[in-house]
Structure formats: structure tokens, C-alpha cells
Design a protein around this ligand. Structure first.
Ligand SMILES: [Zn+2]
Ligand SMILES: [Zn+2]
Length: 412
């Protein structure tokens, strides 16, 4: 049984036989590809159905059942317990309670209440054109109507367009009904207001039952997680902290690093490089940018001590990047950093590190772009920049002033 009251059959056997669609694993389109395969979803008496004609609420239940069954893969959630902070790692869909759907028990006044698509819902103030909107209307959407949103999920970056606004079902923001104006307003909305809208979109298009209640093994607290864990409606597109996906604590982070390193060391055919997760103040590059990772080659130092090569990962930089940009993908960035440092290692062994030269060059170029070619030349001419490090040390207060000016200009 589905939230709309529709009775359908989902064939586990047919779903397992369905060919893997050529889209990102775990995405909505992946689930759709399987749901549309022959014999997977049928009416109660075995007739084929138009899956794209289903409401999003119904379709997401079918999608959740596929992730629950492991037919559509799901990235595990790695979070600290909300109560005691003990990290845990779990695939939320595996904890979904499927009983009420299978047993036709969708009659709870709260958990099975339909979303009110006609009523305007309260939201924090959002500037729309020249007016302030305090309400939003969200229409019901079918899979077919939501496809632009599902395709956007597969793209690398997300942006509000009229097509996305329509696919989300947003029909009115305050008094505004034009999708193009609403798209513009959403892309400028303060993060708290957008999160309130995202919560409403989730409520409109996902059954309140699509939740995993994970019990902490340490303190017993209940941690509610979205099912499926990955959703096509971005929760946080502006700055600010993600409520649903806080930054992993140091233990969870270390495990992510170790797991990634095992994989990447094997793939790149390296070993015997020490791996350190550093939660102290991160080292910075020559441009003053805190490092995600660093590589120190091995060898014998001045006093004759033999050192092994080392890759160091700076926890606090990842934390900071994640706070600056909530779409910062911690797991992917860890992988990329380790891989990057291994490249330095291999270059070092080969006797030449073009990557290092490139990076220093980029830092110099960047500061020149900010300072200006002529001013840079003047300073170099005056001998202020006798070497590049000295040059940057002289430059940084000026860079800071330039940065603050840019920032103030931006805020105005
Ligand atoms: Zn706990
Ligand atoms: Zn590098």
C-alpha cells in the first residue's frame, strides 16, 4: 500500500533481475530505471502501471523499498549521536520499518496524514521581487513532472531554474506565481528560510514514515535519519550548518581517512607512507591557505634520523571548508586529497615534482591577480619581494584589506 491509498505489487525478483540503469548509483533515476523494468511494479492483479504517473510521495516509498532491499545501493550515514556524540555508521534505509506499507496499515492520523497542497504554508520571510513573502504553496507532483529535479540530482552543481521550481511543485511564494521570479528569490533566500522551504518540500513529497530511527549503542538516544538518505531536493544550498548532515567528529573522520587510504594506496600501488590525521591547527600553503593535506618525503635528515614519508590530513581544514560550503563533499575530498598527496610522493620518487611547481605557480598567479600586475612589479622593483615567501609576508595585510573591501562590497 502506498501513501495515496493505491495498492501495488513490487516484485523483488523482477527488481533484482532488472538491468542496472546507466545513471549514478543510488540516485532517484537509478530507482526509476528499476521500477520501470518489466514486471517490477504492477497493479494488484498483475497489470503493468505507469510509474512516472505516480505521485512523488508514492514513488519515494517504492524507491525506499528498493534501497531497503539493497537493490538500489545507499551510502552509509556517518554521524555522531545527537545526544552523546558517539559516532555511528549506518545505512538508514536498512532500518526502515516496511511493515505498515506491506501490511496496508497506513492510517495513522499523523504519520499518514496527507500534505495540504491547497493551503499556503508559513515560512520565514523571503524577498520575492520587491515584496516579502511569508507563505508558500506546494502542489502535488508526479514523477514525470519532477523529472527535471531528478536530472538535476545527477548534475554536479545545483541551481534554481524555473523548470526546477515547477518540478518541486512550488506554485506560489507569497503572492508571486511566476516560476522565474520564484527561482530568482530562492537562489537569494537566506539559508534558514530555504531550509524551512526544504522541510516543507520533504513533507509534501516524502511520507513521514520514510525515517530510520537509529538507537545509539552508547546512550540509547534515538537519532532520526532520512530514508532514503540521499534525496533529490537539496537541503542546504546557501551558507550555514547542515542540520541533517553535521560534520563528522574526529573519530568518524579518522575512520573515513583510514578506509579511503586503504583503498587508494592499493589502487595507486604504494605503501609505507605514514598516514596522520592532524586535528591541530592546519599548516598553510605559501598563499596562506590552510591545507587539506600535506606530503613530506622520507629520507635521512640533518642529524641522521631516518624518516618515513608521511601524508598528513588536516581535520580542521575539512571542518572549515564544510562550514563555508555545505555542499563540500567530505568523503570525496578526503579521497581526492590522499590521491593528490600520493601523486606528490610518486613525483618525489621520480626526482621531479611538476605538481609542486604548478601549485607554487598558481599561488603566485593568484596573488598577482589580486594585487595587480603593476603593483606587484612595483613591489618587486622596490625589492620588497626578495624571495617569494618574504613577498607574501609583506603582502598579506594588503591582501586582507583587499579581501575585506571585496566582502563589504558584496554584502551591500
Ligand atoms: Zn548516544
Ligand atoms: Zn599538492
Amino acid at each position: 500500500m502506498l501513501p495515496s491509498g493505491l495498492f501495488l505489487r513490487l516484485s523483488h525478483a523482477a527488481a533484482k533481475r532488472a538491468p542496472m540503469p546507466s545513471v549514478r548509483a543510488g540516485s532517484c533515476l537509478h530507482a526509476l530505471g528499476i521500477l520501470e523494468a518489466p514486471g517490477v511494479v504492477t497493479t494488484d492483479d498483475g497489470q503493468p502501471i505507469d510509474v512516472q504517473g505516480l505521485s512523488l510521495r508514492d514513488a519515494h516509498v517504492l524507491r525506499a523499498l528498493l534501497t531497503h532491499a539493497g537493490i538500489v545501493p545507499e551510502e552509509p550515514a556517518e554521524l555522531p549521536c545527537e545526544n552523546c556524540g558517539k559516532p555511528f555508521r549506518v545505512s538508514p534505509s536498512s532500518l526502515l520499518e516496511v511493515g505498515p506499507f506491506v501490511d496496508h496499515e497506513l492510517n495513522d492520523p499523523e504519520l499518514d496524514a496527507p500534505f495540504d497542497h491547497d493551503k499556503p504554508h508559513r515560512i520565514p520571510r523571503v524577498l520575492v521581487g520587491k515584496e516579502r513573502a511569508r507563505t508558500i504553496r506546494i502542489a502535488k507532483r508526479s514523477v514525470r513532472e519532477a523529472l527535471p529535479l531528478w536530472h538535476a540530482e545527477a548534475a554536479t552543481s545545483f541551481g534554481f531554474t524555473p523548470a526546477i521550481v515547477t518540478a518541486m511543485g512550488i506554485t506560489q511564494l507569497g503572492r508571486e506565481r511566476r516560476a522565474s521570479v520564484i527561482a530568482e528569490a530562492l537562489s537569494r533566500a537566506p539559508s534558514a528560510a530555504y531550509r524551512a522551504i526544504a522541510d516543507l518540500l520533504y513533507a509534501a513529497h516524502y511520507s513521514p514514515r520514510l525515517v530510520a530511527a537509529y538507537r545509539c549503542t552508547e546512550c540509547g538516544a534515538r537519532n532520526d535519519l532520512d530514508v532514503p538518505w540521499v534525496r533529490e531536493i537539496p537541503y542546504d544550498v546557501a551558507e550555514g550548518r547542515r542540520r541533517r548532515r553535521p560534520f563528522p567528529d574526529i573519530d568518524a573522520f579518522e575512520r573515513m581517512v583510514t578506509d579511503a587510504a586503504d583503498r587508494i594506496y592499493r589502487k595507486r600501488g604504494v605503501r609505507n607512507i605514514d598516514l596522520v590525521v592532524d586535528d591541530d591547527v592546519p599548516a598553510c600553503d605559501d598563499g596562506g591557505e590552510p591545507l587539506l593535506g600535506s606530503y613530506t618525503h622520507g629520507g635521512t635528515d640533518e642529524v641522521g634520523i631516518v624518516r618515513t614519508p608521511e601524508i598528513r590530513i588536516f581535520y580542521r581544514t575539512f571542518d572549515m571548508e564544510h562550514r563555508r560550503d555545505p555542499s563540500f563533499d567530505v568523503a570525496a575530498e578526503i579521497e581526492e586529497t590522499i590521491d593528490h598527496e600520493i601523486t606528490h610522493h610518486l613525483h618525489y620518487l621520480a626526482g621531479d615534482d611538476p605538481l609542486d611547481d604548478e601549485e607554487r605557480d598558481a599561488i603566485a598567479q593568484e596573488s598577482i591577480r589580486r594585487i595587480g600586475k603593476r603593483e606587484t612589479a612595483r613591489r618587486v622593483g622596490k625589492g620588497i619581494a626578495s624571495d617569494f615567501l618574504g613577498f607574501l609576508r609583506t603582502m598579506w595585510p594588503i591582501l586582507l584589506v583587499a579581501f575585506v573591501a571585496t566582502w563589504l562590497g558584496f554584502c551591500r
